[in-house]
Design a protein around this ligand. Sequence first.
Ligand code: SF4
Ligand code: SF4
Length: 96
Amino acid sequence: MLANYGYKDGSGDYFITINTDLCNGCGECVAVCPANIFIVVDEDPNDPMRDGPVAIVAEEKKKKLKYECNPCKPTQNRPPLPCVEACKTGAISHSW
Ligand code: SF4
Ligand code: SF4
């Protein structure tokens, strides 16, 4: 399933989506993120029937993604994002 974390405001949509069918809980996104956006949990809070660890966005970060991710996105033509590059299964996407 697609787990969407984030918010929208007057300036745009700021969502990180984790495809939990692709995520294997490897933790690479946790290791590379300078803002500690991700954590890996043993049980998926969005899908208790799912087996195995999965990455989620930390609760305290959900409403601050625009600002927390800003160091990785200095321009509109943003460089490859560390989290997206690190995720070998392609589970992470950003809306902005
Ligand atoms: S790097 Fe990708 S597969 Fe690994 S825990 Fe993060 S989202 Fe899941
Ligand atoms: S863009 Fe940067 S700060 Fe935002 S989640 Fe990815 S690695 Fe972390």
